[in-house]
Design a protein around this ligand. Structure first.
Ligand code: SAH
Length: 349
């Protein structure tokens, strides 16, 4: 599929043709990664952040937020909970909190690896090559770093540099690959200023980067962030601006599945937050094969508010787990067993 075809799908609004897209994405999903829905337990280990991303609620500039950093013991309890629920992976996510030292994170990775058979995914933002190398050596399996948008001017507007360093997430993704990580990336859909043309390029890049995981969620405005406070100021002219809707997010999920048939593709929490009634199912029916249940203790979860509603409804981890299990079975799917590595069908492994 070339960029023009991608662009045509992004602008498609005919219901019957869209139904064919959903169906094709679901068929490819079934043929490649199968019916298993892999669950990745998310542990939001710190909401400390040194950056000032214009979209994000936990940006350094938000002074009205109580900051926390979980202890190693607390993180280990969550990892054991992941095992108890039968999950094969934990994802350690945080703001870009440089107070978390290389050695501290390495020690946590080693402890999880010693105590469990879990795959460990990191999503800790832009860190030095030495950090990334040490964590890989400590046993981390995967790293998630969304490039957010391929439009360089838009990226610079929403993701200001710190410490005088221009942020280059593509260079980091390459480094991660060289270090032997499974590499995940992705974008937000409907960022004010995001055009259809740039989103089509994002999708092409998913394929060029041969991503092992692709996270796609709608942009959700947060009142403590400039893009949330005043989105109109940033919007592209109406015909070019991508909406941050459920349908547009599903189109990107479906196209990502068609372009990267073997990738692991979550139905994201952001989509479920935008569309509480049916967002999660829609993602799973239109190409996704992964869900990331939140294992963060409720008192911290409420403080990890990257967008409104991220903290959840106060539903317990246990209740969510049971509801999700039922949802997956009601769709005729199964809950994945084991770490759920990215398949490589061409290599036959
Ligand atoms: N700090 C790390 C990881 C945590 S943020 C990093 O920057 O990589 C994880 C993801 O949440 C981001 O990549 C972004 O895509 C998403 N996110 C942040 N703010 C958001 C918002 N307002 N709406 C939707 N998604 C958001």
């Amino acid at each position: 599929m070339n960029r023009r075809a991608i662009l045509r799908w992004l602008k498609e609004d005919h219901e019957d043709r869209l139904a064919a897209l959903w169906q094709e994405a679901d068929a490819v999903r079934q043929k490649t990664v199968g019916d298993a829905v892999h669950l990745r337990g998310l542990i939001e280990i710190s909401n400390g952040c040194d950056r000032n991303c214009a979209y994000c609620g936990i940006r350094a500039g938000n002074r009205n937020l109580t900051r926390y950093r979980m202890s190693e013991a607390e993180i280990l309890i969550c990892a054991r909970q992941a095992v108890a629920y039968g999950y094969g992976t934990v994802v350690l996510q945080s703001g870009e909190d440089l107070g978390m030292s290389r050695e501290w994170i390495a020690k946590i990775i080693r402890s999880i690896k010693a105590a469990t058979a879990l795959a460990v995914t990191l999503s800790l933002g832009e860190r030095s090559e030495a950090d990334l190398k040490a964590w890989r050596e400590a046993g981390a399996d995967r790293y998630l770093l969304k490039f957010e948008t391929s439009d360089r001017a838009l990226y610079d507007r929403i993701h200001p540099p710190v410490r005088g360093r221009r942020s280059d997430r593509f260079a980091l993704l390459k480094k991660l690959r060289e270090l032997g990580y499974e590499v995940g990336s992705g974008v937000m859909v409907g960022i004010p200023g995001q055009t259809y043309a740039s989103l089509a390029r994002d999708l092409e890049l998913f394929q060029e980067l041969d991503l092992d995981m692709i996270g796609v969620g709608p942009f959700l405005p947060h009142p403590a962030a400039p893009l949330g406070r005043n989105p109109k100021k940033f919007l592209a002219p109406a015909p070019r601006q991508v909406p941050n809707s459920e349908e547009m997010t599903c189109k990107v999920v479906a196209l990502a599945r068609l372009l990267c048939p073997e990738t692991n593709l979550p139905s994201t929490t952001a989509l479920a937050t935008l569309s509480p009634e049916r967002g999660r199912e829609m993602g799973l029916l239109r190409g996704a094969n992964v869900v990331m249940p939140d294992l963060t203790p409720l008192e911290y979860r409420a403080l990890y508010e990257i967008y409104p509603g991220k903290g959840g409804t106060g539903e317990s981890t246990e209740a969510f787990h049971r509801r999700l299990w039922d949802q997956i079975e009601a769709l005729g799917r199964t809950v994945g067993i084991g770490p759920g590595r990215r398949l490589n069908l061409t290599l036959g492994v």
